[in-house]
Design a protein around this ligand. Structure first.
Ligand SMILES: [Mg+2]
Length: 252
């Protein structure tokens, strides 16, 4: 039996809206003893906040152990780089929690590493403060490279666009952590004691969820109704192993 690594936004829910079949699929996995984890580029929520968000949407049986985020991947990856313990960051509680869990000391100046996760309230002064630390030798580490963030029927600026701004200003290159890059997958597999051939990636986005599986030889399921449709498979030439209209189709 394979372990599902499931995307959150667009696959389990859309913002604060339920997606038909998602709650039922999780209930099915729990009932059948099918293991699953959530693999998300969203660095903003802590594990507890993720549990609360999904519970409020009517999911049952979700626990903190089920989540692996780009913030957790970035913190683990950076800890192994041995770049020092002092971290400054732009981001929300999820990134803060991940950094503390990996033993980083949070500082406002003289950081060894500057982490960039999404914080919609960050301003020019804060960006400039982080840039200064990067110019003084702190390593730039973005949690994910999402170009845009789907909001309603349009988009906001994604964290990847902000990371790109820092790369340009600091003349550094951030490591690539979130989906579709393999770091988040490898850190998750290591954390959960799994191998690539033991997992299936489920997601709504060809360019992140499915591309990760496609390039890393991991089985994938594209769930329609999110970012991409069937017509995009040909256009982008990112080929899922399976395509389903909804997660109801995975319950048999
Ligand atoms: Mg998604």
């Amino acid at each position: 039996m394979k372990t599902y690594l499931i995307d959150l936004d667009g696959t389990m829910y859309r913002g604060n809206q339920n997606i038909d079949g998602a709650r039922e699929f999780i209930a099915y996995c729990l009932e059948k003893g099918i293991p699953f984890y959530f693999l998300t580029n969203n660095s903003s929520r802590t594990r507890a906040q993720n549990v609360a968000h999904m519970t409020a949407l009517g999911f049952q049986g979700i626990e903190e152990k089920h989540f692996f985020t780009s913030a957790m991947a970035a913190a683990r990856y950076a800890r192994k780089m041995n770049i020092g313990k002092k971290a400054a960051y732009i981001g929300m509680d999820g990134l803060k929690e991940a950094l503390c869990e990996e033993g980083f000391e949070l500082v406002d100046e003289d950081a060894d590493a500057v982490f960039i996760g999404l914080d919609k309230s960050a301003d020019y002064a804060k960006y400039s403060k982080m840039l200064k630390m990067c110019l003084n030798g702190a390593k730039l580490i973005g949690t994910n490279n999402d170009r845009r963030l789907a909001v309603g029927d349009s988009y906001d600026v994604g964290n990847g666009a902000i990371v790109a701004m820092f790369e340009y200003a600091s003349e550094q290159k951030s490591p690539e952590i979130g989906k579709p890059y393999p770091v988040i997958l490898n850190e998750a597999l290591e954390t959960f004691g799994l191998k690539k051939e033991e997992v299936i990636l489920i997601g709504d986005n060809l360019e992140t969820d499915i591309a990760l599986g496609y390039t890393q030889n991991v089985e994938t399921i594209l769930v329609l109704g999110g970012v991409h449709g069937r017509e995009d498979v040909e256009r982008l030439h990112i080929i899922p192993d399976h395509i389903v209209e909804s997660l109801y189709e995975c319950m048999k």
